[in-house]
Design a protein around this ligand. Sequence first.
Ligand code: VTB
Length: 327
Amino acid sequence: MNSILEYKKYFIRATENAAIACAQLRGCKDKNKADQAAVNGMRVTLKDSPVDVRVAIGEGEIDEAPMLYIGEKLGTKIKDDQILSLDIAVDPLECTKNCANNSPNAMTVMAVSERNHLFRAPDTYMNKLVVGKISKDIVSLDYSIKENISNISNEMNKPIKRLKAIVLDRERNQYIVDELNELNVDLEMISDGDVAASLRVATGEADVYMGIGSAPEGVIAATAVKGLGGFFEGRLHFHTKEARERALLMSDYKVDEKINMDKLCSSTNSIFVATGVCDGWIPGVSFDGDIATTQSFIIDVGNNKIEKIKNKYSVKDINEYILKGVK
Ligand code: VTB
């Protein structure tokens, strides 16, 4: 069986080109425009790559007419049986708002795995719990917040007040914030970007991420956390009755059950790829005249390895390449 690593360079080029495209729009205040630039960069690059890729999680469904729609097939080898068939979960621009406002942690990301090994999360919310390697066996979405925190504190041998927790700043997560404050945890609220938050926890920069964010990004983050040896658990969260009914129709699983990271990404023949757009956990694209310097992280899930890659490209060449591909 082929290793996914043979194809990694194509996926890195896709997140790099997407990042160069949307980084030119940093601070433009128009998140849809920035997102579209990233989608174009990612899609054109994947379309031209010698891979057989299907979008498992993308920008929406075919009838909504987006590019990178769920089920879209990309690559120049989609008819060749010899090649490994892959699924991708993409977020061409995670934190679109942050790119539009030029604030931290916007990045272009994707998870790549063997066909049918990425959980096809519906477009809804997910309650997420992420910890690093040390605490991986002692937490659960079935435990209370207090139990999880006290277990992490014991396992890490750190007093609760020194435990760093990250929570997405949303009304729906207020009950978590209240409990963590009561427990006196060192709490960091983020306005957006729970993929970066999950990565920070899995690499030991913080001790726990909890709360409700987007479900599709949960699959991408879970792939990364799995490759970093951490723990990721999710449970779909429906903000409307319709969202739950839609998920019930689409799914062959129990939509209220918790989903562990080995179901979210069920193959070790997987990679997570991300390129920074705005400075944050990954440095953003820097421009010097016509030269763009990109910084990317690749997590090899099978070998638990993280690799950092820095590349330089001509902005003019990349822009022309994307423009030609979009036409
Ligand atoms: C969060 C955030 C992401 O989506 O998941 C958010 O972490 C969804 O929440 O970075 P809202 O609908 O309340 O904004 C992102 O902002 C983008 O994926």
